[in-house]
Design a protein around this ligand. Structure first.
Ligand code: XMP
Length: 323
């Protein structure tokens, strides 16, 4: 019978045998899958694993700290953090086109990751022969299934690394579904904030700012997003929704009034969706009082935002993310 204990034991044994006395590396994205995959491999081979976390500056509030501190504390993993915020901001300067942004973020990510990888390989020690990936069962089916779905957006994942690499892959989650991965993560003692995290795109907040990505706009969006997440959690709605992107319409301004003055600020869009697999989705019918609370708090607490709007579009025709 299937238990998380069995899965862990089985994988740990298999990974030990496979890796022997060689080394492995793993890219952490802040998401559930890469975190659980890394924790499993860490349990199997300890210090023979090194994780790499590229901080592209496009993460949500507190997410980088959760990886740097809480994940490391829970697993004891060796982690190399690369602070690449400036590099990403520079590369994104002046760019508003969504696909262009995705390409730039994906390209920079690979460059930074490769550099970190080269440094790890150059360190003294056994050969680095393995790359750990958090591939899930649905990913396996989707990529091999040939269902003929059109490539609508160029998805970027930590997994989407260069093809010319000579690594052997370790994919300990290949047979698992998302809820099973969460159970395994919990059993491994990972922080709740990571195990229960909702899907978040690889390009991060970079594709949730409609318009150019700047540090100032990212900080503003981080605040609004943190408020929305806080209120959804407080209302006990985390498990009812698939995810809730919060989007900044940086190129739009509207007139408002606050205190005794006219304002001319940006709208924030709430995009709560329900879904089984992200291929299709419906907009979540969130309680009005929760929406009201989020709206009041965002307009009061986030400067330069004077309007909150709700996206009531299903997928299709709308995608979940705005870019
Ligand atoms: P869309 O916007 O295509 O999103 O309806 C479907 C799901 O995929 C997530 N998403 C991404 N995830 N890299 C990822 O790892 C990406 O580039 C990316 N783009 C979108 C999105 O959050 C949703 O869950």
């Amino acid at each position: 019978t299937w238990t998380t204990g069995n899965v862990i034991e089985e994988q740990v044994e298999a990974i030990r045998e496979l890796v022997g006395d060689k080394r492995a590396i793993c890219g952490l994205s802040g998401g559930v899958d890469s975190a659980v995959a890394a924790a499993l491999v860490q349990k199997a081979i300890g210090s023979q694993l090194t994780c790499v976390y590229v901080d592209h500056g496009l993460m949500r509030k507190d997410e980088t700290e959760q990886v740097e501190k809480d994940f490391v504390a829970a697993t004891g993993v060796q982690l190399k953090v690369v602070d690449a915020e400036e590099r990403f901001l520079k590369a994104l300067a002046g760019v508003s086109d969504p696909e262009e942004k995705r390409k730039i973020i994906g390209r920079e990510f690979i460059r930074v990751f490769e550099q970190a990888q080269a440094e790890i390989i150059a360190d003294e020690g056994p050969a680095v022969e393995f790359l750990v990936q958090g591939t899930l069962y649905p990913d396996v089916v989707e990529s091999g299934g040939g269902t003929g779905t059109a490539n609508i957006k160029s998805h970027h994942n930590v997994g989407g690394l260069p093809e010319d690499l000579e690594f052997k892959l370790i994919e300990p989650l290949r047979k698992l579904f998302k809820d099973e991965v969460r159970m395994v993560g919990q059993e491994l003692g990972l922080p709740e904030e990571i195990v229960q995290r909702q899907p978040f795109p690889g390009p991060g907040l970079g594709i949730r700012i409609v318009g150019e990505v700047t540090k100032e706009r990212l900080d503003l969006l981080r605040e609004a997003d943190a408020i929305a997440r806080e209120e959804l959690t407080a209302a006990g709605l985390d498990r009812d929704i698939w995810q809730c992107p919060v989007v900044l319409l940086a190129d739009v301004r509207s007139v408002g009034v606050q205190g005794d003055g006219r304002t001319y600020g940006h709208p924030i869009v709430l995009r709560p969706v329900s879904s089984e697999d992200a291929m299709t989705a419906d907009w979540s019918r969130l309680p009005y009082d929760v929406l009201a609370k989020i709206s009041t708090r965002i307009t009061n607490e986030v400067s330069d935002v004077n309007r909150v709007v709700l996206d009531v579009t299903s997928k299709p025709p709308g995608t979940i993310e705005w870019e």
